[in-house]
Design a protein around this ligand. Structure first.
Ligand code: COA
Length: 415
């Protein structure tokens, strides 16, 4: 048995944030029934297409291990079937624009009345407050959740990050909320409302920057290289380039080949415990004892200068050579790996973090498998469903509708 086997999820999600959440639950063994508008489906099926008339990678990579049922939840017949699905399922997940479920006639109160055990989970851009009615996409959340104002270089504009912390990040938060509510239901017997706002999810991931905002009231942030450069701090946590900004200074340094390879770089951390090893490999053994360099507090005003010296050494090695030399010395560092390198990395294939999937219309493609590994609930990634692929099967097996009832629903345009 997989960890979530037997849990049925009524998946009303679309685009990225909600589908990330339900895909995770499906990987852990839940039966995820994705409800899509007849003839239309999740908009991402048709977005960023690389092959004509074939579900996009955007869609397939967010909807593995699910079943698809088409259902017009705005039609009378469709609503009837939807009520049956609510009666049957353990969890309903959606990430429509604010108010869409209410407009459809399915408020939390109504859903709870239909099935008091159901957990109703939603993602919205914002929580209650001035922006609660706004539609939100990834970068809006990054900008309003504190990520953009703290990402980028001091002399440049706010910057968004490639990691989808607003969409996928909030999907992860919601998945935790759902399994927590399922656990609570085990002893309470009732379901509850679970909500996760994208602004809140991003802010949660940026909490160290709110830490720094408060530290700033008591003096400059000495772990930021701006401190050593003599640049005054303003009234908000600044953008800090590649500074770690934490207790162990770090920076991205050029490696051999950087002139032509945009990813010939390494993240290098001068962890205090291995300072002696750092001094030895870069040929500055005198810094181990020299006043001004010997202890971490003495080095804080020289972060940029120290990394310039380390870079003179890293430029003589490839990023993987730096890793090979530093690892045995316990110096934490990370080569900047391109998507091409990650796609080809054998160890990620072996652990199932990168998986090849076969799709009847597009053929083989790569995807990211479940990044969370459970010893007794191993995830096998199965392809995403075609639009409405499981409609008949779900109406018959999950809801017990007869062939005549299914035919009637079809002729009414409900499925
Ligand atoms: N049958 C009938 N109607 C359906 C349906 C179905 N199976 N599934 C969806 N619909 C309807 C909805 O009821 C809604 O109708 P309404 O506007 O008349 O109420 C409509 O389809 C579309 O919903 P909406 O969510 O407004 O889509 P959108 O494409 O305009 O907006 C987002 C997309 C992502 C901006 C918006 O959904 C949103 O802000 N979501 C919350 C935040 C979020 O998750 N953002 C990240 C997405 S990656």
């Amino acid at each position: 048995m997989k960890a979530l086997e037997g849990v049925q999820i009524l998946d009303m999600t679309h685009v990225q944030s909600g589908p990330t959440c339900t895909q995770l639950l499906a990987w852990f063994g839940a039966d995820v029934i994705k409800v899509e508008r007849p003839g239309v489906g999740d908009a991402t099926r048709g977005q960023l297409r690389d092959l004509p008339d074939v579900d996009s990678l955007y869609f397939t990579m967010l909807n593995h291990n699910k079943r698809s049922v088409t259902l017009n939840t705005k039609s009378d017949k469709g609503k009837e079937i939807f009520v049956k699905l609510i009666e049957t399922c353990d969890v309903l997940v959606e990430n429509f624009a604010p108010g869409a479920m209410d407009r459809m006639g399915f408020s939390w109160e109504r859903i709870h009345e239909i099935n008091p055990r159901i957990i109703y989970a939603s993602i919205k851009g914002f929580g209650p407050g001035p922006y609660e009615d706004c539609k939100v996409y990834e970068n809006v959340a990054q900008c309003t959740g504190g990520s953009a104002s703290t990402t980028g270089f001091l002399d440049g504009p706010p910057t968004v990050t490639g990691a989808q912390i607003g969409d996928s990040g909030t999907g992860l938060h919601l998945a935790l909320g759902i399994v927590t509510a399922l656990y609570h239901r085990e002893h309470s017997g009732i379901g509850q409302r679970v909500t996760a706002a994208m602004q809140d999810g991003v802010l949660n991931l940026c909490r160290v920057k709110l830490r720094d905002q408060q530290r700033l009231q008591h003096g400059p942030l000495t772990e930021y290289s701006q401190y050593g450069q003599g640049i005054e701090f303003g009234d908000a946590t600044p953008r800090a380039g590649n500074d770690s900004g934490g207790g162990q200074p770090g920076w991205i340094l050029k490696c051999k080949g950087w002139e032509t390879d945009p990813n010939a770089y390494v993240y290098f951390i001068t962890q205090a415990a291995v300072w002696g090893n750092v001094c030895d490999i870069i040929g500055r053994p005198e810094w181990k004892e020299e006043p001004g360099y010997a202890t971490p507090p003495e080095r804080l005003d020289k972060i940029s200068q120290i990394f310039d010296a380390i870079e003179e050494w890293t430029k003589t090695k490839t990023k993987l050579e730096v890793m090979e030399i530093c690892n045995p010395l316990n110096i934490p560092c990370g080569p900047i790996l391109s998507m091409r390198e990650l796609a080809e990395e054998p160890s990620l294939r072996q652990t199932g973090t990168i998986v090849e999937v076969d799709h009847p219309e597009r053929g083989k493609y790569l995807t990211v498998g479940n990044p969370v590994k459970l010893s007794n609930s191993v995830s096998q990634v199965t392809r995403s469903p075609l639009l409405g692929e499981h409609t008949d099967e779900i109406l018959a097996d999950v809801l017990g509708l007869s062939a005549e009832e299914i035919a009637a629903a079809k002729s009414a345009g409900a499925v």
